[in-house]
Design a protein around this ligand. Structure first.
Ligand code: ATR
Length: 495
């Protein structure tokens, strides 16, 4: 078996003094499976004496980098030879990895047993000719690993990285930055790459896409992911706030399955994404806003309920790589609402939103005998749903004048980070009805706060979220989902 990949935790500290005072980084020093990436260009107190102090603590499990300005380095007016001088001190001290940009001359540099990472960065875009960049870097003298870090505009820009990983994984460290490139960090080991990068938990800035070492290690089980692992995930936009990775990875780990679940930020063309990224090892996907209808062309077949709804939230690959679409929202929503409303037959239920989630909820409550009312910003979409499910269309403004027993929000209004938004104002909420928000992050949305102020009973989206996720897990794995574990994972996060 090949060696598991390493997690290189990058220093973010402005000085070596600050780094040496950081208990988190000291606790990672020489911890099995980890490296500290010393970013020498960040340290304003860098000199031979302070570097020696840092190496005393962290060597040999160090990746030493002194980035040049042109490729994202922090320090002005420093010559190549000075940078090489400091990296040579690191090599002399026996560090395991040295990163030198492909463009930096390094005549006379003596690796002394360190592995050389030749690197290339583009912080603006993903160049078209990645393969030829890789090939020319591979021809350089003494290069052990080739690091290419690029900035994708969309997830589709990351597809060429997969080609290179499949051909040259064990020699490559390929990174697509930002949220669109998250898979390149998590799945590096699946292709035999030697390492990936992470940030410290105390590092400032939480740009989406930058994972902490603990997320990689504990949530994604980064070091265990091998070539035979199955890949699951959620496609949507936004996905940064989704708690699906949390519940599904917890469940997969608890069941000791060789599978990992990733967030994929997909802005457009979800069906094309499914086809193009299937070679990642995809065996199942959750589908969220705004793709529950647009993803339909990717399905080879549909479960009858999903077909009736005309929207899916779950894709399942079978052993022949045929993709079947399911909708686990409808039942989950009806169960959640019923727990507060009781038997639904003859009750008037208003559904806010007529997208994929709205359609699923409308079918779910209709199948239990409720009279369905639809409110939607775009009237044509409400009309289509009215035809398909047999509902009454009504306006957000006129809702409060009608006899409504329950309201279900299926729009994304109020979802983190836009927590101040609400589909209804307080006076638009019919007094005395049950208000159920399918948005679960935050738990107590603005709509639910307004409903409470209005004296309404409320239903949080968490239980529906867990129920639809548990059903997905069962469709993918054929095993019963550890529901209580999934619930605890969500509640701990939303506390
Ligand atoms: P999903 O498939 O997950 O339901 P969707 O198809 O994009 O996602 O549906 C999102 C729903 O939220 C739609 O009903 C949308 O209304 P439109 O049909 O008018 O687009 C609704 N929605 C999103 N943003 C909204 C906003 N700012 N105000 C009112 N409704 C909004």
């Amino acid at each position: 078996m090949s060696t598991p990949p390493l997690i290189a935790v990058a220093t973010h500290h402005g000085s070596i003094a600050e780094l040496l005072a950081d208990a988190e980084f000291r606790s990672l020093a020489n911890r099995d499976g980890f490296l500290i990436e010393l970013r020498l260009d960040y340290f304003e107190d860098l000199c031979e004496a302070t570097l020696a102090q840092a190496l005393e603590v962290f060597a040999p499990n160090v990746l030493a980098t002194y980035r040049c300005l042109e490729e994202g380095g922090k320090r002005q007016n420093v010559s190549d030879s000075e940078r090489i001088h400091y990296l040579q001190l690191c090599a002399d001290r026996g560090v395991k990895f040295i990163d030198i940009e492909a463009r930096t001359p390094r005549e006379g540099f003596d690796l002394r047993g360190a592995k050389l990472i030749s690197s290339f960065h583009n912080f603006d875009r993903t160049p078209d000719d990645l393969e030829s960049i890789w090939n020319s870097m591979a021809q350089q003298r003494d290069v052990d690993f080739i690091k290419i870090a690029v900035m994708p505009q969309t997830v589709f820009d990351t597809r060429p990285l997969l080609e290179i990983l499949r051909k040259h994984g064990p020699r490559s460290i390929l990174l697509a930055m930002g949220e669109s490139g998250l898979w390149t960090r998590i799945l590096a080991g699946r292709y035999g790459s030697p390492l990936t990068y992470a940030r410290g938990e105390s590092a400032p800035g939480t740009a989406p896409g930058q994972l902490t070492w603990r997320q990689l290690d504990e949530l994604y089980r980064f070091r265990e992911i091998g070539a035979d692992w199955q890949v699951y995930g959620v496609i949507g936009n936004p996905v940064g706030q989704s708690l699906s990775p949390l519940i599904h990875n917890a469940a997969l780990k608890q069941r000791s399955l060789s599978a990992v679940y990733l967030p994929f930020k997909v802005e457009l063309r979800p069906a094309e994404f499914v086809k193009k990224f299937e070679p990642l090892g995809l065996r199942g996907l959750s589908v969220t806003i705004p793709h529950k209808e647009a993803v339909l062309p990717a399905c080879d077949s549909l479960d009858p309920l999903a077909e009736k709804i005309g929207a899916v939230n779950t894709l399942v690959w079978d052993a022949n790589f045929s993709i079947r679409g399911y909708n686990t929202d409808a039942e989950a929503a009806a169960d959640s609402l019923q727990s507060a409303l009781g038997p639904m037959a003859g009750k008037n239920v208003a559904v806010l939103g007529a997208g994929g989630a709205g359609r699923a909820v409308a079918f779910g409550v209709k199948s239990r005998g409720a009279n369905v009312f639809i409110c939607n910003r775009t009237p044509e979409k409400a009309q289509a749903l009215l035809r398909d499910v047999g509902a009454t269309v009504t306006g957000f403004d006129t809702l409060a004048q009608q006899k409504i027993d329950a309201i279900v929000n299926t729009t994304s209004l109020g979802m983190s980070p836009n927590v101040a938004e609400s589909p209804l104002t307080e006076s638009q909420i019919p007094p005395g009805c049950v208000v159920f928000d399918t948005v679960y992050n935050p738990r107590r949305t603005r709509l639910l706060e307004l409903a409470q102020a209005r004296g309404c009973r409320i239903v949080e989206g968490v239980e529906m979220f867990i129920a639809q996720g548990a059903r997905q897990f069962e469709l993918w794995t054929g095993q019963k989902a550890p529901v209580e574990l999934m619930r605890q994972a969500v509640l701990a996060q939303l506390k």
